[in-house]
Design a protein around this ligand. Structure first.
Ligand SMILES: C[S@@+](CC[C@H](N)C(=O)[O-])C[C@H]1O[C@@H](n2cnc3c(N)ncnc32)[C@H](O)[C@@H]1O
Length: 250
């Protein structure tokens, strides 16, 4: 999205952005993990992180210097050299593969705009919970079906949505199948609780203008959607979630 459109959104008070919230959540999760590792006598950078559904960019990349081991997984293998910040990449379907990593491998897991694609969110959350260390943190960003435009988009017949997706996505490679099985705040909270997480915190933010901001008409539509729900937290388009696996506080 252009700087001018971003400036318009800031001028209209449409902030923080989903990116701002994810950055803050990751900053807190990494600080907690660093303190836990230090308490165990590990020399920094010792924190082990997973980007689960890493796609083609990661909000964790900016923290690379603080990370001892940086793993990415996705159902699609990236082009060679596309994710230079990763130490390892593995092709993993989070909903079906439970043994990709040993239990308690990771301090922090990020899963950004993936939950809406999960065929079996319960299985994916359980896998991520198993791979997190006690006291480890999960950070999620996903869409909120309680927003009327998101509900309409996810509720469309697949064939129609496939025709619309190229308007809002940078390329066809970014248009992944959508399921939306667990995309309301209460459903997310229940699913994460079932999977064993606690300290679940769900924030919402209007993100449609930014997500659809590549073209002027879709930016304008997104802006209407964001303004429509700005005063209604349960209905804003995008959810940023932090949750923890019970365990020792740092
Ligand atoms: C919208 S993209 C988001 C990519 C990246 N996380 C980001 O924030 O830019 C969704 C990503 O989730 C991946 N994905 C979808 N379902 C998945 C699954 N069951 N297991 C692993 N990755 C999955 C897709 O292949 C895609 O790369």
């Amino acid at each position: 999205m252009s700087n001018r459109r971003e400036a318009t959104l800031r001028r209209l008070g449409l902030e923080p952005s989903a990116g701002d919230l994810v950055r803050a959540a990751l900053g807190g999760a990494l600080a907690r993990a660093e303190a836990a590792r230090m308490a165990q006598g590990a020399a920094p950078p010792a924190v082990v992180v997973l980007d689960a559904g890493c796609g083609r960019s990661s909000a964790l990349a900016r923290h690379r210097a603080r990370i001892g081991r940086f793993v990415g997984v996705d159902v699609h293998e990236p082009a060679p050299g596309a994710l230079p910040y990763l130490d390892e990449f593995a092709t993993v379907d989070l909903c079906t593969v439970s043994d990709a990593f040993a239990p308690a491998t990771f301090d922090v897991v990020l899963s950004s705009f993936t939950v809406e694609h999960f065929a079996d969110p319960d299985a994916a959350f359980a896998n991520l919970a198993r791979w997190l260390r006690p006291g480890g943190s999960l950070v999620l960003a996903t869409v909120n079906r309680r927003h009327p435009f998101v509900a309409a988009y996810l509720g469309m017949p697949d064939a129609l949505r496939r025709r619309i997706q190229p308007l809002v996505k940078a390329s066809a490679a970014d248009a992944h199948p959508l399921v939306g099985a667990c995309n309301r705040p209460a459903e997310l909270r229940d699913a994460l609780t079932r999977a064993g997480y606690d300290e679940i915190r769900i924030e919402s933010v209007g993100h449609l203008a930014r997500a659809w901001g590549r073209r002027r008409p879709t930016f304008a539509l997104g802006l209407v959607g964001d303004l429509l729900t700005r005063g209604i937290p349960t209905r804003r388009s995008t959810l940023v979630v932090t949750a923890r696996i019970p365990g020792p506080a740092a």
